[in-house]
Design a protein around this ligand. Structure first.
Ligand code: ADP
Ligand code: ASP
Ligand code: MG
Length: 484
């Protein structure tokens, strides 16, 4: 990512606060009332509100698209109707008078467009990534229009802005990346004047567009990324991620009820955590914040007075485990070649994965073998066929990548030995994954993911005052690809 100068006149404006509200924070009328009061509490500064689709709507849209593309138009339209009814009921509850009429008209127009798209999918019998981006973007379009009117009804001076006019991406549908210079420029042009008039911009997260105006999305959970993209473009003083947990925690509380909030962490730790499966942050969120040194706060919209987690540049000098993550349902791939591993083969392997848009999470190499982890096995038969003349490709599915994250933990041999002692009977496989000192990770059977996280959590966080502070340096913990 190139560090491009911001065009904004809000150059490092500590008053601009980007506030992102996830699906559960906009899921029903009480949640939206809380959102309104949280935004009101920031009205002395300049808030920019980024909203996700209402909880479950993105999954429902996907389901509707799949139904239509497989010829089940009735089922698809029924799902669309249920989404419409939910939005209309909220509009009715939250907005009154002539503004309700305007909102109702706008929602009807958007839903007619969605219905036409669903009908077109039934005709074409195909839900390609381009059409899928158009389809899924409706969730954020609906919610942002609704949230804007709800804020206005509550007396806040909100203005709806189209994210597709702000965030410009490449055409990698389903997982698009911003074109930074254009995004910075457009975001400043579109959002800047609204902030100058002391109004509150309301933008749908997750959605963007190519230079040609084709709809794209930033990957599932991408509204967090939208918030940090806009924060970086506008030179915000902070980015707030409002969600349904008290902050970034020592483990996913759904997997490990003993998990507790991490008060402070570095950008790098948070980025590793997100990369290794902590759903609380989209993996790309940290990059723009890090580049512009903008603190990110993760906060609970159900408990707005909580401290949450502060994510900042400071890297702790402590060698300790901050959190344990699990990336579930990954596939472990082994690529073997009798002629050995060289740069030509590596190029061919990565080209084959790239052509199938199969993102590689972790890589390790040993004599004659390359080990890779991927999030889905769907493209692997095609990749294996493509590489048939140069290598043999085998894979195992239903694996989970368990990861310990913390500053400098790789330099501390006792962290690794304590971790492996906790899970040694679970058929653990070690992988070496790059140069980071902040992660130790290994594979287990998917069915052992939760137990692994819980055991590790007990091993590292059973002390009332947090994990102990370790000392020492490890050099040879990692055995490249052993046992995969
Ligand atoms: P939102 O809809 O607000 O974007 P998400 O569902 O995407 O919320 O992310 C919040 C969820 O992330 C939490 O409910 C929690 O189950 C999960 N999660 C996974 N790992 C962690 C972690 N380390 N700390 C906090 N939450 C986590
Ligand atoms: N609504 C999108 C999703 O469910 C984006 C987001 O919630 O951040 O993936
Ligand atoms: Mg999310």
């Amino acid at each position: 990512m190139s560090a491009l100068p911001r065009q904004s006149r809000f150059e490092r404006d500590d008053e601009v606060v980007v506030m992102k509200f996830g699906g559960t924070s906009v899921q029903d009328a009480p949640a939206i009332q809380r959102l309104i009061e949280i935004v009101r509490s920031r009205s002395a500064v300049r808030p920019i509100v980024v909203v996700s689709a209402l909880a479950r709507v993105t999954d429902q849209l996907l389901e509707a698209g799949q139904a239509a593309a497989s010829g089940r138009l009735g089922a698809a339209l029924e799902i669309v109707r249920s989404i419409y009814v939910r939005h209309e009921a909220l509009a009715d509850l939250l907005v009154g008078g002539p503004d309700y009429g305007k909102l109702d008209g706008r929602l009807r127009e958007e839903f007619r467009e969605l219905e036409s798209l669903v009908q077109a999918l039934e005709c074409s019998r195909e839900l390609d990534p381009k059409a899928q981006d158009r389809l899924l973007g409706f969730g954020e379009r609906f919610s942002s229009v609704l949230m804007c009117e709800a804020l206005r009804e509550a007396g806040l001076n909100a203005v709806h802005l189209d994210a597709q006019n702000c965030i410009v991406t490449d055409d990698k549908h389903g997982q698009a990346s911003p074109i930074w210079d254009l995004t910075n420029q457009r975001s400043c042009e579109v959002v800047g004047p609204v902030l100058e008039r002391n109004m509150i911009p309301v933008v749908g997260g997750f959605i963007a567009a190519t230079i040609d105006g084709e709809a794209t999305t930033l990957g599932r959970g991408g509204s967090d990324f939208s918030a940090s993209i806009l924060g970086a473009a506008l030179g915000a003083g902070r980015v707030e991620i409002w969600t349904d947990v008290d902050g970034v925690m020592t483990a996913d509380p759904k997997l490990c009820p003993d998990a507790r909030v991490i008060r402070k962490m570095s950008f790098e730790e948070a980025a590793e955590l997100a990369h290794y499966g902590a759903k609380v942050l989209h993996p790309a969120t940290m990059a723009p914040a890090m580049r512009e040194n903008i603190p990110v706060y993760v906060l609970n919209s159900q408990r707005p007075n909580g401290e949450g987690t502060e994510i900042i540049a400071r890297a702790s000098s402590l060698k300790r485990v901050s959190a344990i993550t699990a990336k579930r349902n990954v596939a472990a791939v082994e690529v073997s070649s009798r002629r050995g591993i060289d740069s030509v083969l590596l190029g061919q392997v990565f080209a084959a994965f790239d052509q199938q848009s199969c993102a590689v999470d972790v890589m390790a190499a040993s004599l004659g073998h390359i080990y890779l982890l991927v999030g889905s096995a769907a493209a692997l038969p095609e990749i294996a066929a493509k590489l048939r003349d140069v290598a043999e490709v085998k894979w195992e599915t239903r694996r989970a990548l368990i990861c310990l994250v913390g500053e400098n933990i790789r330099r501390e041999p006792e962290v690794a030995s304590r971790a492996f002692a906790a899970v040694s009977d679970l058929d653990v496989r070690v992988l070496c994954q790059g140069a980071s000192d902040r992660t130790i990770s290994f594979l287990v059977e998917e069915s052992k993911a939760q137990e692994s996280v819980q055991r590790l959590h007990r091993a590292f966080f059973s002390h009332a005052d947090g994990a102990p502070d370790w000392g020492g340096i490890s050099s040879a913990f990692c055995q490249a690809g052993s046992g995969c």
